[in-house]
Ligand binder design. Structure first.
Ligand code: HH2
Length: 336
């Protein structure tokens, strides 16, 4: 993008000036963008000043992901089938309990379920493919049989993804953006599934040691742009790619906040945006809520702030509360 970045200043509501650009075919629009260059700061300019290719990418409606239209905010319910996830570790290890929790998430408003068999919390150890498959496969099979809701597999490993797709998963969520397992990109390409590419700095075991960026927002943008190119080169259709800045993955509190404030920049990548901030440590740091399951109000606030920037998918633990908040936010901002 020639070293120049454009962050749409997303607004919501009907009182829209002529000439405003609808962002990604969604609920937000922008009359102005922040034009940014590294080490030079930003300047607010009208959307009329956008280069035509950037304008086209910002404005193009995003295609459906796993059958879900991207013209309204979508909730991804988290279901970790692990003994050690930071928030729900050990709760849903038995397949029947996990399947019941999945059904409860759907009843509470989840549009898609994200099933993970390996914790990627800071300090977590990698688990073997076999163990990860044993954890996720029966749960995905049970959920797929019982529910029409699409299922995403949260894994970095090709063998796990393959087993999950066989069992009925319809999307890949990779916190390593296809960099952990060289086989994963071709597995996803062959299946034709949507793929979420998430930014992380370092691996889970060491990523919080001392994360550093020149400019976190622009560095993460460049990383995601490069990973999209890798995915496309491997045969994954660009229309099936989602991007995620990876809140908490090799980021300090200030890094997380810079990314949340600048989220709408990622619309310029031309892909739906997914965000996962639910119950993460920075919410505890800012609010004083020590226990992860006490961080629901802060998680809901971050979810709404993201949706107000046009983020299409929000990955959350507290589905019922987030759904209620989203319903009321939508009504109160005059969109219903
Ligand atoms: N965060 C976690 C796991 N997967 N995937 C995406 N796309 N974005 C995220 O922010 C994200 C993710 C970590 O949270 P959680 O699954 O709740 O915990 P754990 O990794 O301990 O299982």
């Amino acid at each position: 993008m020639s070293g120049v970045y454009y962050r749409p200043l997303v607004q919501i509501g009907d009182a829209r000036p002529s000439g405003a650009l609808r962002i990604a075919g969604g609920w937000g629009w922008a009359a102005h963008v922040e034009r940014m260059e590294r080490d030079r700061g930003g300047a607010v300019v009208p959307v009329a000043d956008l280069p035509p290719d950037v304008r086209a990418r910002l404005g193009a409606p995003r295609g459906a992901i796993a059958g879900l239209a991207m013209d309204q905010p979508r909730l991804m319910g988290i279901l970790n089938v692990t003994p050690d996830s930071f928030s729900d570790g050990g709760l849903y290890a038995a397949p029947d309990v996990a399947a019941r929790q999945g059904a409860a998430l759907v009843a509470g408003g989840a549009d898609i379920l994200d099933i993970g068999g390996e914790s990627t919390r800071p300090g977590a150890e990698t688990v073997s493919e076999d163990v990860e498959i044993q954890r996720v496969e029966p749960v995905i099979a049970a959920l797929h049989q019982g529910l029409p809701t699409p299922i995403s597999i949260d894994t970095r490993k090709a063998a796990v993804a393959e087993a999950a797709f066989e069992a009925g998963a319809a999307m890949l969520n990779d916190v390593a953006a296809l960099s952990f397992d060289p086989q994963l990109a071709s597995v996803a390409a062959a299946r034709g599934v949507p793929v979420c590419l998430m930014h992380a700095q370092g691996d889970p075991k060491t990523m919080q040691a001392s994360p550093r960026y020149a400019d976190v927002l622009l560095d993460v943008y460049d990383f995601l742009e490069a990973r999209i190119a890798v995915a496309v080169a491997a045969g994954i259709d660009r229309a099936r790619i989602l991007v995620d800045p990876g809140i908490g993955f090799g980021k300090t509190l200030e890094h997380n906040l810079s990314l949340l404030r600048g989220l709408s920049l990622f619309h310029c990548l031309g892909c739906p945006i997914l965000i996962g901030a639910s119950r993460k440590r920075f919410i505890g740091t800012l609010s004083g809520a020590q226990a992860p399951d006490a961080r629901m109000p802060g998680s809901v606030a971050v979810a709404l702030a993201a949706v107000a920037q046009g983020v299409q998918i929000v990955r959350v633990h507290d589905i019922h509360a987030t759904k209620q908040a989203l319903t009321l936010w939508t009504a109160a901002t005059g969109q219903s």
